[in-house]
Design a protein around this ligand. Sequence first.
Ligand SMILES: [Zn+2]
Length: 328
Amino acid sequence: MVGMALAKSLYAIPTWTRTVRLVAEHEGLQRVIGCAPSEWACYRFARTLRGHSEALSACLDRVLAAVAERLPDMGQNIAIDGSDLSAYANGQRYLSKHGPERERFSDPDASWGHRSAVSTRKGGGFYGYKVHAAVDAKYDLPLAWTVETAKDAEQAFALGLIDAAKARGFEVRTAIMDKGYDVGPIHDGCMDRGVAPVTALKETTRTERGEHKPPCCEHGEWTFSGADFKRRRTKWRCPTGICTPASVWIKATRLHPLIPRESKRSRALYASRGSVEREFGRLKHEWSLLPLRVRGLDRVRLHADLTILAKLACRLAQERAKPIPLAA
Ligand SMILES: [Zn+2]
C-alpha cells in the first residue's frame, strides 16, 4: 500500500481511484508494488493511517534520518515559509449572487486566507489551507511541515517548525525567513533555540527613525567586526579606529541581528530563501500536492505527509544509488 502512495505522488495523480486504474493496466507497476489493490483498499489504508499518525511520522523520521546520513550538513540552514493550498470546496458565503447565505460548507475546516502574487497570478484571498514548512536551503528538502487552516497567521508556526526540525536531529544554525517573520518574538525565540534568524527588514516606525542602522561617528558608518552568540551581541568598530572607545557591542534584536543584514553572509543566506519557494512549487506541481481532492484538516494533512514522504523516499533512493565518496 505504501507503493500505491508512492505511485500516486510519482505520477502526480490527485485521486486513489485513478491511481488504482493506472496500476491495474500497468504490469511493471504491479510487479514493483506486488499487487493491484482496489480503490477500497486504498481508502481503508488512508483511513487507518489517519488513525495512526504516529506510525507515519516515525516513518518520515526514519527516511529523513537516512537521507541526512548521506548529506551530513543537511539542516544547518533552513528556510521557513507558508504557501496556499486551495480547498476541494467552495467557500463562497452566498449560494448565489444576492442569494441566501450558505449554511453548510463541504469542507468546514478550510477558511479564507491571503496569498501573495506568483508569476502572472494576482495575490488575494483564497479558500483552503496553508502548508508551513522548514526546508533545507542547500538541498531543497523539507525537514518539518504542518498544514493549518488558511486564516491562521504564518508567524505562529515558525518556532514550532524549528523545534520539529531539531527534534528530528538537525543542527539548525540559521533560519531564513521573509519580512513577514521579522518580529521580536520570532527573533528572540530563534535566539533562545541557538538559531540565528536571517530575515528581510520589516519597515516600522523604528526603522523609519533609522534604529536599524549601524552606529556612526564623524568618520562614517561603523563596520561589523564579529559576533558573540553566547552573549548575543555584535561588535562594531569605528572605520578609522580614532574614536574612543573604538568599538561597541550591540545587543542582538530584530533590528540588529547576530548576522547583520549588511554582511555578505546574511545576503548569501537570504538569497537561498528561494529554496522554500521552489520546494513548494515542486511539491504542488510535480508531486501532486495540488489539486486537493480530499476535505477536512486530517485528510489534507495525511495527503501532505504522503506526498512529502514520496518525495523524500525518491531522494533517498537517488542518494543510495550514488557511489559513496572516498574520504580524502
Ligand atoms: Zn570614529
